[in-house]
Design a protein around this ligand. Structure first.
Ligand SMILES: C[S@@+](CC[C@H](N)C(=O)[O-])C[C@H]1O[C@@H](n2cnc3c(N)ncnc32)[C@H](O)[C@@H]1O
Length: 358
């Protein structure tokens, strides 16, 4: 691995100029010898590649390459104990991806919002014979972080031709699709669909605008992170239209139960467990304006209203049809209970996910 990649921010100050796609790929080839075969690098004119790289560096500014946001989020996502706190949601996405056909280790899964490879990190712990993982992210910091852990994550904007078409059997975009601006979403969904082979499945996940789970991002994170978080979430109608316009067939929209499940430490009081959850939220989401430490700061009370699922009774059958393993965790408000012999805090959320076939 090159030193430049180990320090993902070095590209700004390097004497040789900014990181290039070709140099990134050299490092990627040390993780996966055949990385080049997932790209169009040799078919694009050098001038065009330069302009695509300039666009990528532009997208980076202020996003997940910011140390406070991407650095902190990335480190938390690499902590196996923490990352498994969202296992139920990720398992739901895995079930939707395999709605037409169970995957095997010969398949390829493209993660279009890879970050540093969280999806594969979770799959490695919950399934045998998972597909080969090829990630993609616009953030050099996040893509480099994944490479350091031996995950093949390409650094590109999928709306451009740097990554080849028809490389994957499954494709997913989750936990951050709201970062794609609304006018660009059709192009983004079409870009993912284009990377699928015929018969492949795309799953796109986000949160429904106006629900507590979406307002967590658009209100709470926005107000408690210095850089804000001004992104628009999704509606079911929008998701259906995206899949139609991306030419995907048999599109179906599902509600996915997506709680944080935080195991209690031995002898930890309920109150201490709740405070631990609030602290985790502050770290994971880089909430530098949320004070968890001052006496009476009340961070937990501020966080709690966003982890509610009103009308869960109405949603439960649909959820359990895809996520039967979620049964013991279903709750409308933050709850502390013992499941499979473990005392856990469950902070419920619901996501929306569309699945479609190319
Ligand atoms: C909240 S992170 C989630 C990453 C990963 N899905 C996870 O669960 O950890 C969102 C990621 O989306 C990336 N991102 C934002 N817009 C993107 C785009 N247009 N194409 C690819 N990645 C994008 C960001 O760089 C960031 O790494």
């Amino acid at each position: 691995m090159t030193a430049e990649l180990i320090d993902a921010t070095a590209y700004r100050a390097r004497p040789g100029g900014p990181m290039t796609f070709r140099r990134f790929l050299e490092a990627a080839c040390r993780v996966a010898e055949d990385a080049l075969r997932f790209t169009n690098l040799n078919n694009i004119a050098p001038d065009d590649i330069e302009s695509l790289e300039a666009d990528l560096h532009g997208i980076e500014t202020g996003g997940f390459s910011d140390e406070k946001v991407g650095g902190q989020y990335g480190r938390e996502q690499m902590d196996p104990r923490r990352v498994m706190s969202r296992e139920i949601g990720y398992r739901g996405l895995a079930a939707l991806l395999q709605r037409d056909r169970a995957w095997t280790s010969r398949d390829i899964l493209l993660d279009g919002l890879a970050g540093n490879g969280t999806f594969d990190r979770v799959m490695a712990r919950i399934c045998d014979g998972r597909p080969r993982y090829v990630g993609n992210d616009v953030s050099l910091r996040m893509a480099s972080g994944g490479l350091q852990e031996g995950k093949l994550i390409l650094w590109s904007d999928l709306r451009t031709p740097l990554v080849r078409d028809q490389i994957a059997d499954y494709a997913v975009a989750a936990y951050g699709t709201h970062h794609v601006p609304p006018p660009e979403r059709v192009r983004y969904a079409a870009a993912l669909a284009r990377r699928l082979r015929d018969g492949g499945t795309l799953v796109l996940q986000d949160f429904v605008q106006g629900t507590p789970s979406a307002r967590w991002y658009s209100e709470f994170i926005h107000d408690h992170r210095s850089g804000g978080h001004p992104y628009q979430h999704f509606t079911e109608t929008e998701l259906r239209a995206l899949f139609r316009q991306a030419g995907l067939r048999d599109a179906a929209v599902h509600t996915v139960f997506d709680p944080f499940v935080i195991p209690a430490l031995p002898d930890q009081s309920d109150d201490a467990l709740r405070q631990d959850f609030a602290r985790y939220m502050r770290t994971l989401y880089a909430l530098d304006r949320l004070d968890c430490d001052a006496p009476g700061a009340g961070a937990y009370a501020m966080v709690e209203p966003y982890f509610r699922v009103p009308g869960l009774d109405r949603l439960a059958d649909g959820i359990l049809a895809v996520q039967p393993f979620a049964r013991d965790y279903l709750c409308e408000d933050i709850s502390i209970r013992t499941v499979a012999g473990r005392r856990v805090l469950i902070a419920p959320r619901v996501a929306i996910a569309a699945a479609g076939t190319r």
